[in-house]
Design a protein around this ligand. Sequence first.
Ligand code: 8YV
Length: 331
Amino acid sequence: MTSKPRVWISRPTFPEVIARLEPHFEVTAEAEERRFSPAELAAKLAGQDAAVVGLKDRIGAAEIAGAHRLRIVANLGVGYDNLDLDALSGAGIAASNTADVLNESVADYAWALLLGAARRMTAAERWLRAGQWHATEFKAWLGADVRGRILGILGMGRIGQAIAHRAVGFGMPVLYHNRSPLPEATERACHARFVDKAQLLRESDFLVLVLPLTPQTRHAIGAPELALMKPTAMLVNVARGGIVDDRALAAALRERRLAGAALDVFEGEPALYPGLLELDNVVLSPHIASATTETRRAMTSVAVDNVLALFGHGPHAGRPPTILNPSVLDK
Ligand code: 8YV
């Protein structure tokens, strides 16, 4: 009897979803979520036929050098800047992400952050928890209305579009910038208008970042871009930390050259640029935009579908549904 292929899962996750692998694979799932060193990752991957990993697991040439049996790395996330796709493709290893299933929860959370920043929700809660709400004391907590203000979206993929759809209910006109404009019908459906990046920066009252982190988008929002924004504007980041220069952002917020920000992601997270922690006009959130039970279960399910498919099982047999480097399938 030939032994089953092996799959390694880098974190504890939904057992009922992982159980779908068990008829076909020998499954090893880590009991705790933690950050593995490159050497630990290399040791974990050696001898595996498949791996299900997350953003904390940075996988490149060194980590796969001894993984001679590895055929697929399924990433639990739509963003895959933790994977060196060239190295994986070069080694004939498939890579997949979890596109689409998280669009709605990330869009909901972008709005939660936007409204939280506009209405100073977390600062007000800190004040209340600190016992400062005395019956005799008046503090206005005046926020900003969103109705009629311009929502800017930088990066108009499927999550950006889901964010734009919600703007109708809040009465906000939408401007966006993207590598290329959307087809007209999609633009109409999102009630969104394409503008160049400088115009987006100048005109947005709330600017939401939803673009992938690549060498080209690193520090897409730095000091020169922040200088173009209105002093009354607010920035929301649900994409990746490295897209914003956190030092420049902290300076702009401190000097009130920018009214506020709401950030779910940070350069070098889980460490935060210390200047951000000192500010009251920023909502800070620990990278949880996709973190609902339903969405995280769906993300795990997509990762499992990709692994099963690569090994010829399940409804997508032979065609991993969200493969990032389909050319490896031809090899
Ligand atoms: C994370 C995300 O992947 O999908 C993404 O790109 O940033 C998140 O959904 C999540 O933290 C799981 O690692």
